[in-house]
Structures are given as structure tokens and as C-alpha cells.
Design a protein. Sequence first.
Length: 369
Amino acid sequence: MKKVLFVSATCADAAALVYRARGTWSVRLFDAAAGLAQHLLSHRYDCVFVDVARAGADGFALLAEAAGVPAHPPLFVLSRETAPLFAVKAVDLGALDYFTFPCDVDAIDARVSPVCAQAGRFPLNREDPLPFPLIGSSEAMRSVRDLVRRYAPLGDPVLVTGETGTGKELVSRNLHALSARAAGPFVAVNMGEIPQSLASATLLGSSRGAFTDARDARGVFERAHGGTLFMDEVAELDSGAQAALLRVLDDGIVRPLGGESERAVDARVVSATGCDLSEATRSGRFRLDLLHRLDALRIEIPPLRDRVEDIAELAGWGLRDSGKVLSGQAIRVLSSRCWPGNVRQLIHCLRRASLASDRPVIRSEHLPS
């Protein structure tokens, strides 16, 4: 149940709110003459409603006072005053939304809850936080975090699947940080960025003269010895590199290209892809035996469109260093979008919106189209 502070000098409206909110909010009434800022510094609330028209001598001054408190809870207006200029001024002073009496508490709660979660008044994750945050309280993200914790202590290869921008590397870094290999190296390589002619050398290393411009170089398996090797876009490996990778996974031995000596390596492999590897095996583009080796354990990260309930929380995390928050309408606009670039696209959108707004509150008109 939310802890709500209602700042008003009107006893009738205060009593009506307490009555209507029973079972949804725990409402505390505040005497506007008692020093609101000091009260907010010493008490925790999930949100604050100010009656700007009936909160003592100057309700707007009280709203501004509350907005100046560091890490203050989300601020809203609840009043009988319906003049548009009141709403505009309230938002300019830091209110995130404006509601009028008579009020529907359930409808208001549905609008303020995402803002409360975004502002950090509710814990981002109810479980112990991961070293690299995987934000979201949806059932899907709770499942992802649970799998990360369960798989991290194991040594088996992990296949992380998900669309671009969902956080596959964050998952892999958590798997490493929570494992017994945490003190060892974490080596990340994007196989989609490497020319196919150099893929095997990247994995195994090379000796001088093995091919044009070749030099003595360690491969990623040697560099990750004692730690974790994260291979992103593993579906981009060509057939030769797939065969080389399979040999290392089977034997734990690498032989650099052009070299004669073999070297034992011990690195946990976490691979990632946004492709359907099962379909790739059916079409002959990916080896079935290699898929079986990489897919010992699997973590699937859902796209953002399948967990829109996490958008407000993600937005709060994305704006954590900006000193700004989103209005309720802005959150609703973000939640209505498709996000093909997933969390990465959302964070970039928030960055542009933050720069577009010169006020603490980012409204819907500040969001890039």
C-alpha cells in the first residue's frame, strides 16, 4: 500500500481523500504551516499531493519548497481548482501531474504508480541487486535475473539469446562477476565485426608468417584463460571458425594458426545471438554439434515490447544522473511505442529528451518522434 502525503488546509477534502483511498493508499495529512521541507527530509512517502489552491497562504510556494528537497518523492497536485493556468504553473514548479476533485483514487493510482517506480521510491529489484543492473520488475526480467544467479556458479557454456539492445552483454558480465572466475579476465569479442578470414585467428591466435601481415598474437581463448569468454553474434562465424571453436570446446586445447605448439586453455564460454540458431542449423549455416555444445544452458532476454511494464523503471534508471523525471503523460507515450532497438534505443531517446527539456520535468513534447 502506498504511503501518501496530502498537503491541504481543507478538512472536507482531506477527509474525503482518506475515505476514498482506503485499501489503496495510506494517507497522512499535513499541516501546511509546519514546515514541509523538513518533514520530507525526515519521513518517507511514495508520493505527495499538494492542494495548491487550499494549502494555506501559498500552495505554489509549498510545492516549490517540496521540489527543492533532495531526493524528494514524486510530487502531484490534487485540488478543486480547474483553471488551466494553475496546472501549467504547477508543472513548471515540479508537479508531475495535476488531478482535480472529486477524485477517482484507482484511476489516479494507475497514473502515478509508474512515476513512483521510476523515481526510485519503490526498489528497482526486490531481489539483491546484480553487479551489472538488469532493470525491470516484470515476471520476465525476474526470471532472467534468477537464471543468472543459478547459472553463474556453474562452469557450463551459456547461450544468451535476445534482440539487439536487450542487454546480452550485461547478462554475460553478471555471469562472470558472480562466478568463481570473477578474479580472472572477462574477454568480449563481437564475431560479427571480424572479417571471416580472421575469425579463426581471433579465436586461436596466430604465429608470424601464418598469413599475410600475420604476427605472433594470442587468441581470445588464451586471453580469457582462467576467466570468461563472451562471444557476441556467434551466428556470424563461418564454417572454418565454427570447426575451430568446436575443437577448443571439446579438447580445451588451442593451436595458433601457423604454430606448432599446443596450449591448454580454461575459459568459460558465454555466447550470444539475436538469430534463431535452430533455423540456422536446418539451413546448414550453423553446425548442429556446435549448437549443442554452446547451448548447454540458455538465457532468453525478452524484447522491450513484451515487458512494457518495465519502461517506467528503465526510464528512472536512464535518467538517474540527469536530475530530471518524466511526466505521467511522457511515460504513457513511451509505453505505447514499439522499441525495435529495445533498451538501448529507449536510453538514447531519454538522453535526447533530457537535453531538449530545460526544466526538471520531461514532458511528452520533449520526446523525439
